[in-house]
Design a protein around this ligand. Sequence first.
Ligand SMILES: [Zn+2]
Length: 86
Amino acid sequence: MHKCIVCGNRSIKTNAKREGVRYHGFPKNDNLSREWLKVLGIDRCHKWQRVCSNHFIEENYRTGKKRFLLPNAIPQPYNRNGFIII
Ligand SMILES: [Zn+2]
């Protein structure tokens, strides 16, 4: 089971309710992962933690048979009310 560290989405719930939610690990690249933390308003993260696809826009994905998160994708700034700020 994955849990989104930003909004608390859990795969056990979202599988039933929201199909297509994906969980992404933090980037291996240090600079990029710092960018993620900054926009998400988080101090630090662990490798096993996940960010769900609700925080990414369509342009962050490579389309095709399988959707991949682009290697340089950065999540959208998030506020605690649960809305993505664009
Ligand atoms: Zn989330």
